[in-house]
Design a binder for this molecule. Sequence first.
Ligand SMILES: [Zn+2]
Length: 562
Amino acid sequence: MKLYYLLIFFAISQIANSQPKVPQDYFENPLDVPLVLSGTFGELRSNHFHSGLDIKTQQREGLEVKSAAPGHVSRIKIQHYGYGKALYIQHPNGYTTVYGHLQSFSPEIEAFVKKQQYINESYEIELFPEAGELQVESGELVAYSGNTGGSGGPHLHFEIRDGSQRPMNPKLFGIEIQDSRKPLIKGLFAYPMDEDSHVNHSAERQKIRLIPLKDGTYTTEKLNACGKIGFGISTVDQQDMASNQNGVYKIEANLNGDNVFQLNFDRFSFSETRHLNQLIDYEYYTNNRSRVQKLFVEESNPLSLYEDVQSEGRLDIQDSLDYNYTIKVTDFAGNESVIRVPIQGEFTESIQPKKLEETEYFVQADQSFSTEQNGIDVYIPKGSLYQDKYLDISFNGDIVNLHRDDTPIHQNITIGFDVSKYEPAEKEKMFIAKLGYGDRPSYSSTYKKGDRFTTGIRTFGKYTLASDNNAPWISPVNFSDGQWISNNSTLKVKISDDLSGIQSYRATVNGKFILMEYEYKDNMLTHDFSDGAVTETENNFKLIVTDNVGNTNTYEAKFFRK
Ligand SMILES: [Zn+2]
């Protein structure tokens, strides 16, 4: 009996030790509304893990955002994409909190930002205020919630970072979210991993049927297997008061009672976040839009989220032996979902070997590779691929077909085009495009040096040269030429570009720069008259918009205000 309690105590203290020690109740809810999440920490996203909490703002913008603790504003970043308008507050205990997709800042911070935007004559800006400049109290209004940047609906993105700017799970700090529901298991997969290993007499990935039991756990039919195998799971968590499918907190696996795998979403570094592409079955995700997390570790995956992994999480199934493999998925509130997988070791000879496509281009992940044809060159630096792989590369006139988009790329591959056969006037309007669905061209950042155009890519696919001969389109929204607009609080103009995309915009009134905020999601430029930049009665408004190949459109109009 004593031993039993000792073991329990040991188990509990181990759980406690595995979480980083952090202050509890130091950070407050940055909003006045109850915490309901549309995104959790570590949630699997495109090419990255989500680095904070996405807090729902009742489908609206403009909620007051408060500093989660005392500190000073250490960084302000405004960008068209990404976090949109973002505020960073450094706290005296070494942590930093981040507030993203904001609509605007508190009056004091807003004035500080606008002053710099007018000096720099730019909406996009990054500022690092000194420690004494913008001091804030805990619970002090610092901003208003919004939907700026790469945001799919009004919410507050909230992060807590450690002293090395590594994002941490905010829930570790005692921030509680109501959650009484267990993680949802959406799919289970088994992977034969050696040449002679199999699952249910197949060398290919197998989808395993889940059988729900009365006690709320799952089991499966007994698998026949042999050799090195691994598992993968598709799972999400749902919390109370929202239907959003969020990320889980912890995934563990054991074999016959011994832990073989554990993944915890406590903390990670931005430098490792793209290795998510090796944690998930990327090929399955690209083709089925569902993220299967592998419960085994690819050799080259340095993720710090793994803990307590034995033999990379791979199982070595021997002939005529029985195994019990158990997967446990836990959310932060401690709700668990359990799957028990009985496995029967069974050697079989005639297994159809795994389909392996061989091409003339074998690329080793730890070596660089290059090839060239038709005046198109491809350079794959070492570390671009996660694994050695046969790549399917073909050239057809001005088009290069670079493998398939279901193979992930870790760092930029360079494609170069020789454009010497084109006239200077043509070259000016040309750019490198990715051909998407239905061969629709989309702009790939193109660097032009003499007769060579280059671009860096991080998805495989079809690339070619395209031309954009049309200037951006400009259309006033809430005024017209010659109008009196004394009652307008803003000046709004829509801009768009059909092919290469908007590169820059610049607005002036009577020759003087005025700030216009660009919201790409609704193609809108907005000037706020409360900036005080427009002071005359008669105003000559001029807007110049340039696309990525340099086509320019200028719009001019006169308006009056009193
Ligand atoms: Zn977010």
